[in-house]
Design a binder for this molecule. Structure first.
Ligand code: ATP
Ligand code: MG
Length: 604
């Protein structure tokens, strides 16, 4: 390429009849999400199998535009593109333990020679393997490498079209640094990606926010998710309206909450037989006790062989959800939700009927209590707090649990700490007296400080300045490219169809001649106009189908091209065409043919 070439790119002209744009009135029967419905109806995608789609010409054009933006911003941030295979040997995943950790999410099979293989859900292992084979010295770092590629995850419930697919397009980047701080360090790489992501989603025309996410191994705010604001989103975002603090509910801190175990008993401890009550709802209904008056005791298993503490019992009010990340942080050891019923029974737990009393006198169990559960007085402050909880005996619960009476001396070993998911109305962790708000979002990007997790597991060390072997510090950065397209539709549509943000629309302009015979004046003008706009760099679709105007207008609204130019005999009699922007109310405006360029902001 000539580096001094500043000429404008020439746009493309496409005739509708020569592309496969199969619009339809019918939405898939199971399509709840607007993006699933509209992308299908607009002929952008077609389902091949559950969570597997063909990207049809219109949809593929949008994806290519998103990818172009992603490439420009990644390259500008100093990253370099490569392409790894989707197919890889499972022994790589065994090195990091993810062959097991991924479980059923992994598409895994044997090839004809019996070699265990998988289709990449993400590529930390493949790239770390590449790097350990090629990088030997600190002089070769830092590096940030990325690819845009199909990823495979056998999601239990693929849903909402492209929002959760089993094959989907991801941009994944991996950075490699010698240090955390300073030039070329992980923090700098991370900040560069944060900025690149902000640029990408802004350029895509998305209404999004970057929120703090579950941090993982390094701690701090070492992970951010980029969320498109959309009510249909699966993720819950909590935010403080005063400070601007925003976090995924999995990560969101809660401001100070008072607690006090003291309070008079509400009655004698009463055992209730609760057969076949396996859920909070069932127990609540059976005992006629509201979940907010019940203590939920969630058991976690410690995953560190060295730790003397083997179990954690996390107590929250039954209308709240225990938060695994917060429990882990409070305990200071790696944990997982206890799933092995036999092991739990072996440890003395009456699974499903546990109370805080199960921890008394047990040095192998840590008891953590959320402040809202650590209450002895009722809400009005006059009577004791009524609690129901497990009886530590199969098929039994108790009423009138009183912390002081039931726990006795053991109460002093109890740790009260925030271990639950935040909810709307909870105190903001940043500004006193302000309540957290809740909204929904779609995770389109995720940046993550990995640290040495993969380089340690896979033995990726290089010589540092002092000729010492040192583990390389990694970051990883993902964008759901196909999900971004769907998120965009969730954010921007109306009853009639998609309203593409200009930067990622499949075409910039749709020209609709009302008569389409080759020699019809409307068709001649449409062609001339298309050529002129294309020369100015716009991509133009010409609806040359011999259909009724009303039918073509409906399709135009459905596929959502930002500008529609209608060429009809009536307007042409006055030298005009009708120009309408998608999403704009009313009929559009008459514009002189020679002024169309100016109206669209194009220089002749
Ligand atoms: P989720 O929590 O939605 O399952 P994740 O956190 O597991 O996603 P990451 O591993 O962070 O996903 O992947 C990077 C990005 O890839 C995500 O931010 C998301 O945009 C996209 N992505 C992940 N899973 C899917 C999927 N099944 N279909 C489409 N896009 C996906
Ligand atoms: Mg994620």
């Amino acid at each position: 390429m000539n580096m001094n070439d500043t000429s404008v790119r020439v746009g493309e002209i496409q005739l509708w009849s020569k592309s496969l744009i199969m619009t339809s009135k019918e939405a898939p029967a199971d399509a709840e999400a607007a993006s699933h419905r509209l992308l299908t109806r607009a002929g952008c995608i077609r389902r091949v199998a559950a969570g597997v789609y063909t990207y049809l010409p219109l949809g593929w054009r949008v994806l290519r535009r998103i990818q172009a933006i992603v490439r420009e911003e990644m390259n500008a941030a100093g990253a370099s593109e490569l392409l790894m295979p989707a197919l890889a040997p499972t022994e790589l995943l065994r090195e990091t333990g993810r062959a097991e950790a991924y479980g059923d999410l992994l598409f895994r099979f044997e090839d004809r020679h019996g070699r265990d293989s998988y289709l990449g859900p993400t590529h930390e292992e493949v790239i770390t393997d590449l790097m350990r084979a090629t990088i030997t010295s600190y002089r070769q770092l830092p590096l940030n490498l990325y690819q845009i590629q199909s990823k495979y995850r056998d999601e239990y419930r693929p849903r909402a079209g492209l929002l959760r697919g089993r094959e989907f397009i991801m941009k994944d980047a991996y950075s490699f640094s010698m240090t955390l701080e300073g030039p070329g360090g992980l923090n700098e790489m991370y900040d560069l990606m944060y900025q690149a992501y902000t640029n990408i989603f802004t350029r895509c025309g998305l209404d999004f926010s970057a929120v703090e996410a579950e941090a993982g191994p390094i701690g701090g705010s070492a992970s951010h998710e980029f969320m498109v604001n959309a009510p249909a989103g699966e993720d819950k975002i909590m935010s403080c309206p005063e400070s601007g603090y925003a976090a995924n509910v999995e990560k969101c801190e809660i401001g100070h909450r008072d607690h006090n175990f003291d309070g008079p008993p509400t009655g004698d401890l009463e055992e209730v037989h609760t057969p076949e009550c396996t859920t909070i709802e069932a127990v609540s209904k059976f005992m006629k006790v509201k979940p907010r008056n019940m203590l939920k005791n969630v058991v976690f298993q410690v995953q560190d062989e060295e730790s003397p503490v083997r179990w954690i019992v996390a107590v929250v009010r039954a209308d709240h959800d225990a938060n695994e990340g917060k429990v882990r942080d409070a305990a200071g050891v790696p944990i997982g939700i206890a799933e092995d019923g036999a092991a739990m029974k072996g440890a003395g737990f009456a699974v499903g009927y546990i109370s805080p009393r199960a921890t008394i006198g047990r040095s192998d169990i840590l008891l953590l209590v959320d402040p809202d559960a650590a209450q002895g007085m009722g809400p009005d402050g006059t009577k004791g707090m009524f609690w129901a909880t497990g009886a530590d005996k199969d098929e039994h619960h108790v009423k009138h649990f009183n912390w002081v009476r039931e726990m006795g001396d053991a109460l002093k070993d109890v740790r009260v700490v925030d271990i639950r998911n935040a909810e709307a109305g909870d105190p903001s962790p940043r500004v006193e007296g302000v309540a957290l708000e809740e909204r929904r979002g779609i995770e389109v990007g995720h940046i993550f400080k990995l640290g040495c997790k993969y380089s340690d597991a896979m033995g990726f060390r290089v010589l540092d300045e002092n000729q010492q072997q040192q583990s390389v510090i990694m970051g990883c950065y993902g964008i759901g490219v196909s999900r971004t397209m769907a998120a965009c539709v969730e954010m921007s549509h109306d009853d009639d169809g998609i309203i593409w943000p200009a930067a990622i629309a499949p075409y910039d302009v749709l020209i609709t001649p009302l008569k389409v015979e080759d020699d019809a004046e409307t068709m001649v003008v449409a062609r001339d106009l298309a050529t002129k706009l294309a020369l100015a760099g716009l991509d133009v679709l010409v609806d040359d189908r011999n259909e009724r105007p009303g039918f073509k207008f409906k399709d135009a609204d459905l596929i959502g091209i930002p500008v529609r130019i209608t060429v009809g005999d009536k307007g042409l009699a006055e030298g005009s065409v009708e120009l309408k922007r998608r999403g704009e109310e009313g009929k559009g405006s008459l514009v002189k043919v020679e002024e169309v360029g100016a109206v669209l902001g194009i220089q002749d």
